[in-house]
Design a protein around this ligand. Sequence first.
Ligand SMILES: Nc1ncnc2c1ncn2[C@@H]1O[C@H](COP(=O)(O)OP(=O)(O)OP(=O)(O)O)[C@@H](O)[C@H]1O
Length: 310
Amino acid sequence: MSVPALELQGLSKRYGEFTALHTVDLAIRPGEIFALLGPNGAGKTTMIGSVCGLVKKSSGSIRVFGKDLDQDPVGPRYDIGLVPQEINFDPFFTVAESLRIQMGFYGRPANDARIDEVLTALNLHAKKDAYTRALSGGMKRRLLIAKALVHKPRLVFLDEPTAGVDVELRRDLWTYVRKLASEGTTIVLTTHYLEEAEELADRVGIINEGRLLMVEDKATLLRRFGERRVIITFEQPQPGLSEAGKRFAARLSEDGRTLTYVERDGCAPSGELLRALYAEGQLISDVETRRSRMEDVLIEILRGRPQQAA
Ligand SMILES: Nc1ncnc2c1ncn2[C@@H]1O[C@H](COP(=O)(O)OP(=O)(O)OP(=O)(O)O)[C@@H](O)[C@H]1O
């Protein structure tokens, strides 16, 4: 296997008596988009901060592209970009100046072509020469993202990148993140917008109370924990649940018009129920299916529902 972009082994962080991270082990593959999900206070920012040098870990090791940060705390971090949750930049520089400074900060020569490229991708080019204090909230957030990316980091952390931003920025950012990943950049994303994780991530890690509960391919996670609701509408209301409905433990609505079947992994496929209903002579006018989303999956896992067999 290729060297992980990021490897955490037994990473712990204590604040006095309180443990914010409990011996976290995690390997992020190069080029993947990894979403780290968890409720407020779960430890996501602490984990990212430990890697980026904003939080001093208590124990464990952190390797960035194979290099241990205890041995070299500076060099490997030049390969990292961080979009923090909070907006923090100097109001007295222009957009372009602050990006030039950022490149220098990361040991890269100022490169206007690169600055133009990032500003264009983030739809901020028109504000290139504006003072950062004169930007709107959404534009400031775009600049924050530009600053994290301008030095072409190989590993990018996006900590709640689209919190409080408009739909347009979210769409621009999703497009840009996908482009970066297709070019080989590794992305670690935390988000409260679960559709963002569902949309972008290759793998998902779920963290709660400082413990990494699970790491899984997104598709497997949705399949394993997710369920499909099949809603069958009859041409005529049914007086009661038919034999087929009972056999499949389906639920008839009060008005007798619709039958709901929850298809989980390992259950009979809904096609069998439909065939059984046809065999009974039931006339069906519509079949609708609804797949559970990342939000349902996350709630199930945080509630501690036992894992089903893969
Ligand atoms: N400087 C600190 N001193 C004491 N406790 C801290 C400190 N920083 C963070 N914590 C605690 O560590 C825990 C993890 O916080 P963290 O910011 O990592 O959570 P998070 O998952 O990023 O949450 P959110 O989704 O709300 O941003 C929280 O209980 C928080 O109160």
